[in-house]
Design a protein around this ligand. Structure first.
Ligand code: HEM
Length: 374
């Protein structure tokens, strides 16, 4: 009997235990649990020539945008990217009570309800049917915010009145930096939808290996199946401050939902979202913080790495069925289309961090200005 128990231990329990430990440490999607406070040891590494490089990138983006908006090309004026909204709709953000101390900064400092606006979009610079792969954007504008603005930094007197967070349907960004985004945009404009021409142009500018890497990660992000805005998680992919800490932000449905069966018509993602809302009466998302733990697991400057730290829910974002009538009101749609969802419009306590976010500090207001928005 004793021998049998030992055999079972050596041949069944022990191997199972070893396999469990190995897979626990190597499982790629596992998020670590947060034990104790997150780290305040994060650092931004700003190269000396970053401002000059960003100026060149902004010129490239401006040329791309103006060419795109040129009526002769038959394209419509509008945002440089994320041109087409899937839906724009009012929402409420309710900051939860009893959050851990390390979350209680900026808008998460006290439990409160905020009027908000959500703009869901397709990431392309031009209008494409929903059946074509794309980056999907979840832009959130929280209104009625008070405090020092991230634009000027602490103590310079400028005040924030809103807090913007911009997310996409991925936990990592496909490109390493803003220059790569400008380069891809320029090349795809020249290539006019031909992937081979796009690759050739990129290879000529960036070198063969970099072009292969860029194409691979772009295709894998854009080619990912997207089940809809009411069934997917979203992430900022680049960090913000949370007081003395750094975090990425994520959104996930509070209750898992199955994708709808909707006809594969041109803009079926709008129909799908509306159907979810009509059927459930309200959609509720958890707004979550994912904290910096250390540079290797949660890098500040590299948006192409998915962070593996735990998510902490800090607020509920709710969209009610009644808001659909506002979403269908042309005046509201026009008003939101002329808004600028700019991640730098927000509190110093949530200042965007990392190269990609620093480059976005001039990209968003410049794009807004070119399209006459505020
Ligand atoms: C590589 C750096 C990036 C640059 C230069 C850039 C640039 C831009 C620009 C110029 C716009 C249009 C702004 C307007 O006209 O109002 C835009 C929109 C947007 N971007 Fe980025 N972006 C970058 C990275 C990202 C990242 C990392 C995310 C999120 C993970 C993101 C999410 C969005 C979203 C959701 C919108 C649509 C906002 C709206 O609905 O008005 N972008 N981006």
């Amino acid at each position: 009997m004793v021998l049998l128990t030992a055999d079972i231990f050596y041949w069944c329990v022990l191997p199972a235990l070893v396999l469990f430990i190995i897979s626990w440490n190597t499982w790629p999607f596992r998020t670590s649990t947060l034990t104790g406070d997150p780290s305040t040891e994060w650092k931004e590494l700003i190269p000396d020539d970053e401002d000059d490089e960003n100026r060149k990138t902004m010129q490239c983006l401006a040329q791309f945008h103006m060419k795109k908006n040129n009526k002769e090309l038959g394209r419509e004026a509008g945002r440089t990217f994320h041109l087409r909204p899937t839906i724009v709709i009012p929402a409420k953000l309710t900051v939860l009570d009893g959050l851990p101390d390390y979350c209680q900064h900026g808008i998460f400092a006290t439990p409160k309800e905020y009027d908000s606006v959500v703009r869901l979009s397709a990431g392309s610079a031009t209008k494409k049917p929903d059946s074509e792969g794309d980056v999907r954007g979840f832009a959130l504008k929280v209104k009625g915010v008070e405090g020092d603005s991230a634009m000027g930094g602490n103590g310079n007197g400028s005040k924030a009145t809103e807090q913007n967070f911009l997310m996409i349907q991925s936990n990592k960004f496909a490109l390493e930096n803003a220059a790569q985004l400008a380069s891809v945009s320029e090349s795809s404009q020249k290539a006019r939808g031909n992937p081979i021409a796009l690759f050739k142009d990129l290879a000529a500018k960036e070198g063969l290996l970099t072009a292969i890497g860029m194409m691979k990660s772009l295709l894998s992000e854009v080619g990912k199946p997207f089940s809809g805005f009411a069934t997917t998680t979203f992430n900022t992919c680049a960090p913000h401050k949370c007081g003395p800490y750094a975090c990425r932000l994520g959104l996930k449905l509070s209750t898992d939902r199955a994708p709808n069966e909707v006809a594969d018509e041109e803009y079926f993602l709008t129909k799908d979202f509306e159907k979810h809302l009509e059927e459930s009466g309200e959609l509720e998302y958890d707004l979550q913080l994912q904290f910096f733990t250390d540079e290797s697991q949660t890098p500040i400057e590299d948006p192409t790495v998915a962070w593996n730290s735990a998510f902490v829910t800090v607020a509920k974002l709710t969209i009610s069925k009644e808001s659909l009538s506002v979403a269908h009101d042309d005046n509201f749609v026009k008003e939101v289309e002329m808004m600028s969802f700019n991640l730098w419009k927000g509190l110093e306590d949530h200042r965007p961090l990392g190269h990609v976010n620093r480059a976005r500090k001039s990209a968003y207001p410049q794009s807004a200005e070119r399209r006459g928005a505020v």
